[in-house]
Write a protein that binds this ligand. Structure first.
Ligand code: ATR
Length: 286
């Protein structure tokens, strides 16, 4: 009897993860007998958990906050993206060796391929210089962007990424953000707060941080935050009549590569999957 493949998602906390719903959907859809379960692990137990994956019968799994950097250090072999980003979100065994990959850059690019075909241009503006920003910078470089203006509240973190990612990255000051809006063909928010505290579209007296009115009319604006789906940042851009792409597709697409490793089929990201996940989040299609 062949072994039923099983996979996990771990992080701390893990209850908020949408990944179990995504993978269960595909397991049902493709009629695969396998499992994908959340496993909450506290910090001190994380290395032990990773070392015991084989014993526990896992084919692999996903790693989310706050363990992506630790997973990178613990994987025996890492793919090019994970090595460049320094973080692993997907683990799998190949010939008994624990491999680590990072599928966020792939997910980011596929989401734009779906909803903003032709998005690959020359100049992008990226807001934020945390972990998520690294995946975006990787994807933009890979898809041919020649100038990536990087802006972060803490400038030092952006300077660090510029050194790491090379000549395409141009760092600018947080306060000067509006000087760069008109140059960008793609604007990406990677900050964890989705600019929630910075754009007060209800308050007439409050000057919004981003002056979308200065943007090119065919710019694409996207946000990595997907709770809420229509973030204040996207709302503001949409109000100005700009094309926006929400962040849920990145989550769906990044999951396909892990599923393929563990269960042997490259699953499709469909409208039906998107609707089901949005419903689970209490969100409506926008
Ligand atoms: P992630 O892995 O999700 O990117 P992170 O590494 O903690 O998380 O990075 C969070 C990003 O959101 C950073 O760019 C952070 O800016 P700082 O480097 O200045 O902290 C940004 N961020 C978080 N809260 C913010 C806020 N209130 N205003 C502006 N930027 C904020």
């Amino acid at each position: 009897m062949s072994k039923i493949p099983k996979a996990f998602v771990t992080g701390y906390p893990i209850h908020q993860s949408r990944s179990p719903q995504i993978h269960s959907y595909w397991l049902d859809f493709y009629r695969i007998s396998g499992s994908y379960d959340p496993v909450e692990i506290t910090g001190e137990h994380f290395p032990f958990f990773i070392h015991s994956l084989k014993e526990r019968g896992f084919s692999g799994g996903n790693v989310t906050l706050p363990y992506k950097e630790q997973a990178y250090a613990l994987a025996e072999k890492c793919d090019e993206v994970a090595s460049h980003i320094g973080a692993v979100n997907t683990l799998w065994f190949e010939n008994g060796i624990l491999h680590g990959g990072n599928t966020d850059a792939y997910g980011f690019a596929c989401n734009l391929d779906d909803f903003a075909p032709g998005w690959e241009k020359d100049t992008a503006l990226v807001i934020g210089a945390g972990g998520a920003s690294r995946a975006v910078l990787f994807a933009l470089k890979e898809r041919g962007y020649q100038k990536i203006i990087l802006i972060n509240r803490t400038r030092g973190r952006a300077d660090y990424l510029a050194q790491h990612f090379g000549r395409q990255i141009v760092v600018a000051n947080w306060q000067s953000i509006n000087n760069y809006i008109g140059e960008a063909e793609l604007i990406v928010n990677t900050t964890s707060l989705g600019m929630k505290n910075h754009i007060h579209d209800q308050d007439e007296n409050q000057q919004p941080v981003i002056n979308f009115a200065a943007a090119k009319p065919d710019v694409v604006v996207t946000d990595l935050v997907y709770t809420p789906l229509m973030t204040p940042f996207l709302k503001q851009a949409q109000k100005t009549g700009l094309k926006t792409v929400d962040g849920i597709g990145m989550l769906l697409h990044q999951a396909t590569l892990g599923f393929e490793h563990w269960f042997g089929i490259k699953p499709q990201v469909t409208k039906a999957l998107r609707s089901q996940i949005l419903t689970g989040m209490g969100e409506k299609e926008i």
